[in-house]
Design a protein. Structure first.
Ligand SMILES: *Cc1c(COP(=O)(O)O)cnc(C)c1O
Length: 376
């Protein structure tokens, strides 16, 4: 019989984590019975309480997505003028500034952590600076102590884009407790999803109250509108999904850790491929598996990307191109690539490999073989 190579089914960089459908149906039945589908319903309340407890934070306010959470966090603290941020992140980080008429000021990253380099922040501060918007990139914490010290010295607010940092703990403490506010994303591609969703983590009940007004058009009660708020509310179907996800999250995180360890072991002998190393005292979430293809690797990063694609494996170059090179940012003085040498280099080296709880060992081994073949 002639051997025919079957086309392999595609493998994507991630796959949404979906609990068994039959476990979701009872939630839907309750929604249908109560006819409460949005506007701070019972599942919304339960999810806010259960998530705060799970994450180890005092308060959080649920949102329809992470981008609306970011835009609203900036509104809640009345941030304006200039905000210092990283170019090495997803588009939403900087876009949330433009949606608030704020000028982004890009500062280079530390190439080891891929996070904002605190040593470069002070030189970017001007009289117009009001806040710092760092990202815990790939779920690896920023240097939160140093950043807070700078913020205190110069009287700046700090809002963390913690879209990647669900469940991350350092020294047993949630990384989400740092900054004036921190935002989460529960998008389908994230570690924890509510189809679409997000949250603002708040240090006290007063700021949560104001954020709750802002996400509901600014309504404080039936007849009082206290701010030009937006519609950022999470609906009951998404909140129900969150409650169900929470029951499965620990297993999902364990699976991710095991997959990450296999990648780490596979590439440990290859000097021209660097895998991101998490600090020792970190409870990490293994949200991503970035691989940094060094200049002396026999195949370029884009060559590896194409090689995988030819095998129907769709890795992603997170984060390439840099935000600072997008048309709406590239004219800014801080966007020049000579000022962002680390971010520019890392963006040229990075390729994020598939990692999600249901990735099979067979698929992962096949993928590893293709990557290792480029080392010969
Ligand atoms: C996913 C993501 C966002 C946006 O979240 P959405 O829920 O998709 O709106 C913001 N910042 C970063 C760093 C992200 O990865």
């Amino acid at each position: 019989m002639p051997t025919m190579t079957q086309p392999q089914p595609p493998i994507f960089v991630t796959e949404p984590h979906l609990p068994p459908l039959e476990e979701f149906l009872p939630y839907l039945e309750r929604i249908w019975a109560s006819k409460r589908i949005t506007n701070s319903g019972p599942f919304h309340h339960q999810l806010e309480a259960q998530l705060a407890a799970y994450l180890g934070v005092d308060h959080l306010s649920l949102f329809a997505n992470g981008t609306l959470a970011l835009v609203t966090a900036l509104q809640a603290l009345r941030i304006g003028g200039e905000v210092i941020t990283t170019p090495y992140t997803f588009a939403a980080t900087a876009h949330s500034l433009l949606w608030n008429n704020i000028k982004p000021v890009f500062v280079d990253i530390d190439p080891d952590t891929c996070n904002l380099d605190p040593e470069r922040i002070e030189e970017a501060i001007t009289p117009a600076t009001t806040a710092i918007l760092p990202v815990h990139c790939y779920g690896i914490p920023c240097d939160v102590e140093r950043i807070q010290q700078i913020a205190d010295t110069y009287g700046l607010k700090v809002i963390y884009d913690a879209a990647h940092a669900f469940g991350v703990k350092k020294g047993g403490q949630s990384i989400l407790r740092h900054g004036d506010l921190a935002i989460l994303s529960f998008h389908a591609t994230k570690v924890f999803n509510t189809f679409e969703g997000g949250a603002i983590v708040c240090p006290d009940a007063k700021i949560k109250q104001r954020i709750d007004y802002l996400k509901n058009f600014g309504f404080a009660d039936e007849v009082t509108v206290v701010a030009p708020g937006i519609n950022g509310k999470m609906n009951e179907v998404s909140a129900a999904m969150g409650l169900l996800q929470l029951k499965h999250i620990d297993q999902a995180l364990d699976n991710r850790a095991a997959i990450y360890r296999r990648y780490q072991q596979a590439f440990s002998g290859c000097e021209t491929l660097r895998v991101l190393e998490a600090p020792a005292d970190l409870d990490w979430n293994h949200a991503y598996c970035p691989l940094f293809v060094q200049a002396d690797h026999p195949v370029s990063r884009d060559g590896l990307y194409e090689r995988l694609k030819a095998h129907n494996i769709h890795a992603r170059r997170y984060f390439y191109p840099l935000i600072s090179s997008f048309p709406m940012y590239r004219g800014l003085p801080s966007a020049a690539s000579r000022l962002l040498p680390n971010a520019t280099r890392i963006a040229e080296q990075v390729i994020c490999l598939p990692i999600y709880p249901s990735l099979s060992t067979d698929d992962q081994e096949r993928l590893i073989d293709i990557v290792l073949q480029t080392a010969q």
